[in-house]
Design a protein around this ligand. Structure first.
Ligand SMILES: [Zn+2]
Length: 799
């Protein structure tokens, strides 16, 4: 699934990525249909309630397995060579550890640590010692293997950090650099709020952030775990589309388990996107400093051998975030260390005169939340037949059958887990009923039953785990994987270098959109990181026009025409939604609303109306709200109607008062196959009850009329939190209404709004689900339109 911005970017050519730790291939594509047969494995339970194992993802062109290698060769002079040796030779590239095919002296030759990774005063001008990790001898500049602080320390030059924050208008590269290289440094579990620690803890990151382009924070994909998110960064796809739906998963077709530990994950069949490459993932064994040094070494290669993109992954601060918890002050030591290594990178670049040439992206995969064993829900206390099911436990819960023969009725399991305890810390869902914004349904590796956990809470089976997770032996104070809109799950994005704007803040965005930045021609983030000319090409042609124009023309009365025009301007304040698929519909404008009425499914595709702040709360006003309800023409279940009426009568009225009037567009959604995309009319008819077409969801897009203020949404943190109130969007699931809210027997004011907030979505999500295109008013600059379409109001406290 792709956001609009994908469409207008020229097809990416950034193909091969090599990194010391982590390498991605940046290619879009579909999930591989490639199915291999392997012996069935029993499906065990993961114990991810405990510490994550920290792993790097590799995606690089590799030939087949190299287990037949002869390991007796040497890595002398071959360390981190860019081509892996063909069997039977042993390997010295950065993936040889993963494939257990390194030469026997790889560690000795390539992972030297002697002397440390920095020069000290005593070492300046030393006699070259080949056993050292990096050098401080007088010939190191010439040989390109100095420690990164050689020049500042031994030559008295300014370090990168001491230099001014300068605008880099265009790349200033040494001879031989045709294209500015790009270094992507991903920091595992870097919660966005860590940035508040400021210069004293994070001086280098702070400088990169303030001198380059930054987002207040970046939203990970759900589940907010490492593997799904690193791979979303690399492919620009949702986890349900690229196939890495969590760190552990079972594939019912492969009949195999993917886990952080074990070799199954090395098989390329798991990894969606371009299936031409062989993928692997492995536990990190090489120190981050070594990875930085190796990146710098590769930058010394001649232009025709040198890679263009370098991706380096740091497993910190995640590991210590888990152990200490995200709010622990002790975490500052880890953060200082990471910052210092980033300083090494920048000094190393400066030493090579590349600091005004290379583009650097610093990005996190997810945040970190406080978490502890004491806050665990145990499924065994819910009266389930725990012998028949399997649970992937932790910060999200997925329940599948124990094995192919186990009785497994997803609806029954959900019913048995719904509103059972007074203070239940999860909501059970059939995956197709999860909030649409999570995009977590359309993959066979996602089990039918999903438990959306409250922040800070875990779920476990408690057959044997109860004993080992007593508070005294818990072993962790932090975790992630929760709902990706939660503040603590947010992570960082910053870009620095000639491709990025100087001292600029862009709005919050989702990590799948970063793919466009990396693969786009320019890395100049303006709203969603595209520049104006490209944006102009984004506006999609309307596939079919309604019969509106015809209606206007047959009216002879001028006054009538004027009246309709006024209604049009009032209710369609941001332009008429365009229908991007072939159908037949009629546009109607009443005094209370305008709508696009489908002649195929006999209901409005959209209804639009504007609410002013000067609403008098009289009976007349009530009737106006009733009149604008689309429920008269669209079938809704009674329980859902309760929610929708409350939205219109209460919630929208309040937003209108708070925001000096709002524009509202509502309509039905049909997504029976829960792929996040509009069903075709044939599919809609298949699911109809006789002549009645029943939507799976409804949407309401609520926009503040005052777009002038919207233009300021991405200037300051404080402003951002205020202006978030200007656009509110929801999609809302129909089927589960009474079940999702355990207090739904009470007055609507006690539960409906929370439910709506849970089902908030991006306008872009609604567009994909309806085939409509919103905000087409010519008065809006397209950058602002993109901001409106891709922003999601999270209803969370400030990050
Ligand atoms: Zn982790």
């Amino acid at each position: 699934m792709c956001v609009c911005v994908c469409v207008c970017v020229p097809q990416a050519v950034c193909v091969l990525v090599l990194a010391v730790c982590e390498a991605y291939v940046f290619q879009a594509g579909q999930l591989s249909g490639d199915v291999e047969e392997t012996p069935p494995q029993s499906r065990g339970q993961s114990t991810s309630t405990r510490l994550c194992v920290h792993v790097c993802v590799y995606r690089i062109r590799l030939k087949n397995c190299v287990l037949l290698s002869d390991f007796s060769g040497s890595c002398k002079g071959r360390c981190f060579e860019l081509k892996e040796a063909e069997p039977p030779s042993c390997r010295c590239d950065n993936l040889c550890k993963t494939y257990l095919s390194c030469c026997s002296d790889f560690d000795k030759q390539c992972l030297k640590t002697a002397g440390g990774f920095e020069c000290s005063r005593e070492r300046c001008g030393e006699i070259r010692n080949e056993d050292y990790a990096c050098h401080c001898s007088d010939d190191c500049l010439l040989r390109g293997d100095c420690c990164t602080n050689y020049r500042p320390l031994c030559k008295g030059e300014n370090s990168w950090l001491e230099g001014d924050c300068e605008e880099i208008q265009s790349p200033e590269c040494p001879v031989g650099f045709v294209r500015p290289p790009l270094i992507i440094l991903s920091l595992d579990g870097f919660r966005a709020s860590y940035m508040r620690k400021g210069k004293s803890v994070l001086p280098n990151i702070h400088k990169l952030r303030s001198c380059g382009t930054r987002a207040p924070h970046m939203r990970p994909m759900y589940p907010s775990k490492t593997f799904p998110n690193l791979y979303s960064l690399a492919t620009g796809l949702y986890p349900e589309s690229h196939g890495i739906v969590c760190n552990s998963m079972y594939d019912p077709v492969f009949k195999a388990n993917f886990r952080l530990k074990g070799r199954e994950k090395l098989k390329h069949r798991w990894w969606g996107g371009q299936p031409v490459s062989h993928d692997s993932a492995h536990t990190w064994v090489i120190p981050l400093e070594r990875r930085i040094l190796t990146t710098l070494q590769w930058l010394h290669l001649p232009d025709d051998e040198r890679p263009y993109v370098y991706a380096v992954h740091s497993e910190q601060p995640d590991t210590y975030g888990h152990i200490l918890g995200p709010l622990s002050n002790e975490l500052d030591n880890t953060l200082r260390k990471i910052d210092n290594i980033i300083g090494q990178l920048m000094n190393g670049l400066k030493q090579m005169n590349l600091h005004r040439c290379v583009n650097v992206i610093l990005v996190g995969d997810h945040g970190m939340e406080e978490s502890h064993c004491e806050r665990t829900e145990y499924l065994s206390s819910y009266g389930l037949d725990v012998d028949a099911i399997t649970l992937i436990p932790g910060s999200s819960g997925r329940i599948g059958p124990k094995n192919a023969n186990s009785p497994y009725d997803p609806k029954e399991i959900v019913a048995n887990l719904t509103c059972k305890m007074p203070n239940q810390h999860f909501k059970p869902y059939l995956k197709q009923h999860l909030p649409k914004r999570l995009h977590y349904a359309n993959n066979r590796r996602i089990e039918d039953v999903h438990l959306l956990m409250d922040r800070k809470w875990h779920v476990a089976m408690c057959v044997s785990l109860c004993v080992c997770v007593s508070p005294a032996t818990c072993g962790f104070f932090g975790d992630h994987g929760f709902d990706n809109k939660i503040s603590s799950m947010q992570t960082i994005f910053l870009g620095f270098g000639p491709g990025f704007n100087f001292k600029t803040e862009v709005p919050v965005f989702e990590n799948i959109e970063l793919y466009n930045v990396i693969c786009g021609e320019k890395m100049l983030p303006e709203v969603h990181l595209l520049h104006q000319e490209t944006l102009a090409k984004c506006i999609k042609p309307e596939v079919n026009l309604s019969s509106y124009a015809a209606t206007i023309n047959v009216m002879s009365c001028k006054l009538m025409k004027t009246l309709i025009f006024i209604r049009y301007v009032t209710h369609l304040a941001f332009g008429r939604p365009a229908v991007l698929f072939q159908t037949s519909y009629t546009q109607l404008c009443h005094s209370d609303y305008c709508s696009g009425f489908s002649n195929v499914i006999n209901m409005p595709l959209w209804s639009a109306f504007t609410l002013t702040a000067q609403v008098h709360f009289s009976a007349a006003a009530e009737s106006r709200y009733e009149a604008s309800l689309i429920t008269n023409t669209v079938p809704m279940y009674p329980a859902f109607k309760k929610v929708w009426s409350f939205l219109q009568r209460d919630v929208l009225r309040r937003y209108s008062l708070e925001n000096n009037g709002i524009n509202v567009i509502m309509g039905p959604i049909f997504d029976h196959d829960h792929d996040g995309l509009r069903d075709t009319e044939e599919m809609i008819k298949e699911h109809a009850l006789g002549s009645i077409f029943i939507p799976t969801h409804f949407y309401s897009i609520n926009t503040r009329r005052d777009t002038h203020i919207l233009a300021h949404t991405y200037t300051e943190r404080a402003a951002t939190s205020v202006t978030h109130t200007h656009t509110q969007r929801y999609t809302y699931t129909r089927t589960h209404i009474h079940r999702e809210s355990c207090n739904s027997r009470e007055d609507e004011s006690r539960w409906v709004e929370d439910l709506l907030k849970l089902h908030t979505a991006r306008v872009r999500d609604v567009e994909l689900l309806t085939g409509l295109d919103f905000y087409r008013s010519a008065a809006l600059p397209y950058t602002r339109v993109l901001a409106l379409k891709t922003r999601m109001r999270t209803f969370e406290d400030d990050v």
